[in-house]
Structure formats: C-alpha cells, structure tokens
Design a protein around this ligand. Structure first.
Ligand code: HEC
Length: 157
C-alpha cells in the first residue's frame, strides 16, 4: 500500500492536486461572478428579437420581397412587452421620463406599421423611408436610455 502511494502516482498527484485546486478556484470565481451579474432583463430578449427582425427586413428589402416585409413589420410594431413586474421596475426607474420612453416606443410602432402598409402596396421607396424612420426611433431610445438602463439594471458598462 505504502509502496503504491510512493510510486509514480505520487508525482502525478503533485500535478493533480494543484490542478483540482485551480479548477475549484475557477469554479468558485465563475460561480461568484454569475451570482454577482444580474440576470438578463426580459427587455433584452425582446430587443434581440427586434434586432433580428430588423435585419431580416433589410434582407427582404434587398430582395424586394415585400410580402416578407409585410409579415415582419407587425412583429416589430407589436413586439412583446416585459412581464408586469419588470415593467414596474423600469417605469419606477424612468420616473418622469416614462412618457418620453413610451413615446419612442410609439414611434417604432407607428413607423413599423407604416412600413408594413407600404410593403402591402409594393411601394419600395415608402418601405425604405419607413424603415429608416423605424431605425431612427430605435436609435433615439438607445441614445437616451440604453447606457443608463444597463448601468441601473446590470450595474456595469
Ligand atoms: C423605448 C426604448 C427603446 C426602443 C424604442 C428600442 N430599444 Fe432597443 N434597447 C432599449 C434598452 C433600454 C436596451 C438595453 C436592454 C438591456 O441591455 O437589457 C436596448 C437594447 C437593444 C439591443 C441590444 C440587446 C443586447 O443583447 O444587449 C438591441 C439589438 C436592440 N435594443 C434593438 C432595437 C431595435 C432594432 C429597435 C427598433 C426596432 C429598438 N431596439 C428600439 C430600449 C429601446
């Protein structure tokens, strides 16, 4: 038994132990990090979806696939909303700015709706104009609120 312990295994365990300690340290660090980092807000998932749908519209415009634009536009206009509890947190944080925030979301709604209507008329120019208006509304909200939102709800960046 003693012979077994003192044989080559010993030198192997010399590496094995520190490695496992190292791994445990990493695991602890990772664990601590994921506890520290706030879990993603539902709004982020909604935004990612909006981003993908806008990209899909760009592709559809390039192909002059107006039926596809007409299908995508209402998804952008009537995107999902965060659950009530998250909405309350966001509105509480916005305070007096809630109206402006909602207004920018309303601009996205109106511009995307116009884009869908233009697509139904196969009016490429109007689709592109409305697409631009939609994107400007996305940008306006991001420029006003995104950084402070991330700082508030994720405590970083
Ligand atoms: C009323 C405000 C508002 C409007 C309008 C808005 N966004 Fe956002 N968007 C946000 C906020 C706030 C964040 C940060 C969310 C987060 O990090 O959890 C964000 C983040 C994003 C992100 C990054 C998500 C990530 O994974 O970090 C994308 C992509 C995005 N928005 C796309 C869009 C698109 C496309 C539109 C327009 C069609 C749009 N947004 C309109 C407020 C808005």
């Amino acid at each position: 038994m003693e012979k077994f312990v003192n044989q080559p295994l010993k030198s192997r365990s010399f590496f094995t132990v520190p490695l496992s300690v190292l791994l445990a340290t990493f695991a602890t660090a990772l664990g601590a990090q994921s506890v520290e980092a706030a879990k993603p807000m539902a709004l982020r998932t909604i935004m990612e979806r909006l981003g993908r749908d806008m990209q899909a519209v760009t592709g559809a415009i390039s192909k002059e696939d107006w039926p596809l634009v007409a299908e995508l536009a209402p998804r952008i206009a009537k995107h999902a909303e965060p659950p009530m509890s998250e909405k309350m947190r966001i509105l509480a944080w916005l305070g007096a700015d809630a109206g402006k925030f909602r207004g920018l979301d309303g601009q996205v709604h109106d511009a995307a709706t116009a884009m869908g209507e233009a697509a139904q008329r196969n009016d490429g120019q109007a689709v592109i104009a409305a697409f631009s208006k939609t994107q400007q509304s996305c940008l306006a909200c991001h420029q006003s609120y995104r950084r402070s939102f991330v700082e508030k709800f994720y405590g970083s960046r």
